[in-house]
Ligand binder design. Sequence first.
Ligand SMILES: Nc1ncnc2c1ncn2[C@@H]1O[C@H](COP(=O)(O)OP(=O)(O)OP(=O)(O)O)[C@@H](O)[C@H]1O
Ligand SMILES: [Mg+2]
Length: 509
Amino acid sequence: MTPEDTDAPAPLLCLRGVVKRYGGVVALDGVDFDLLAGEIHALLGENGAGKSTLIKVLGGVVRPDAGTIAIDGQVVTVHGTADADDRGIRLIHQELSLAPNLSAAENILLGREPTRLGFWLDRRRLEAQAAALVDELGMSEIGRVRTRVGELSIARRQLVEIARALAVRARILVLDEPTASLSQHEAETLMARLRHLREQGVGIIYISHRLEEIQRLADRITVLRDGRNVGTRDAGSVDRDELVRLMVGRDVSATPPRPPWNPGPVVLSVEDLHAVGVNGVRFELRAGEVLGLAGLVGSGRTELARALCGLAPIRSGRIAVDGRTIVPRSPLEARAAGLVLVPEDRKGEGLVMTGSVAYNLALPWARDWIRGGRVDRRRRAGIVERAITRFGIKADHPERLVGTLSGGNQQKVVVARWMEHPPRVLILDEPTRGVDVKARAEIYSVLGDLVARGIAILLISSDLPEVMGLSHRLALYRDGRIFREHPADGVDAVEIMASLVGPGDDQDP
Ligand SMILES: Nc1ncnc2c1ncn2[C@@H]1O[C@H](COP(=O)(O)OP(=O)(O)OP(=O)(O)O)[C@@H](O)[C@H]1O
Ligand SMILES: [Mg+2]
């Protein structure tokens, strides 16, 4: 430990020289980091910089190879998550860690469920307590707390995860990308809550790739690069450009460049579509056009994407590609008709986590590299290599398991795998979730190329500047239908936000 000023109280948390290696990969290379009580301290860094690893060390999930952790000036060893819990350290992980077979209420109160006569689970009280907490946190978007978590959308799962961490009083609260799949509205609610906790003296570590959010919320910002702390700044005295330079070593533009608009013929047309959560959607999408679907958590955008791509049954209505009606019953059928979905849930639907990076990238194109029953290794390697280079996927080896990549790098794999032979219509559900500024710019430029080649894109994104900046037309989505559509050029973000929230937002549906 460094000697502290004798009068100043020891920081709440003090990490020194923390090292973590995974085989040849150095995830943390001697990190120093301080957290004060009553401070929101943001952690920034490119995908794979070591942010999640650092907080896993703090939470006792990962054992460091070297370095010390001190709490209130006392050097401690955090033995596992239960020990972290006892020390008042609460973590919200980037990859959600809920039990899908349990209800939202059970997940929220896991380990502190109310019992009857000492050991029978008191389900009624459990649900009442969880519902009261959800209410207090202003997270009514979670919906009924009795619902099994496996049936909830990613965004709702994220809210459950947050509620679980806030269910007990923490001294140190750590949030790893809590807003990655939340829209601005839910993110604001969370931020208000965090400010309140800060006032009560909680020390908060906040990881996010949304720079504007960090600048508004944080007191101090620390940037990690290649497993090292490359600078800690007061949030008030640092601007976006400096943060980006610290993160990636060069300037990256903030606003996504809208691709030129040369719309071709209608490729996808949807008429009065009804499915679970989809209540009469109609729109047309032309070749070389980006249609942005803007909506809040729970508005049903993902349900629409799933129905279009054969992941959810269609009740009525019509989908046509190039004028031909299709009824996709599986993603394979949808793909044969020219529709591909890049899903929001990379863990569940996007990737084979137990497969390598190469496997995941080459999988959709087996027909290219299996010839006459033989594997053409060079072709396969070519496909993999192109994707890795194009998106700057940070993996030391193509055969590395995709599950061991950092979250943002996994996301790059999900998007990159479709670029070898893009479909007629690409549906992207939160394509930049957890992706750093540099990779974001790379994804934007790939989308620009696709548009120039006449691919039609349906873009779902909770990131309002992103969906406004990339789309040619905006479709505002609420309660499973498009309630307004207009050109994306020159629209006002505040006005869009207001109409997405809609009338009577504070009433429970
Ligand atoms: N279990 C593991 N096995 C091997 N390598 C790992 C493992 N976990 C993490 N790594 C590697 O450690 C490095 C740091 O990863 P980490 O998840 O901490 O990054 P991050 O800053 O959280 O990135 P992101 O913004 O994408 O979430 C990456 O190169 C990653 O591939
Ligand atoms: Mg991470």
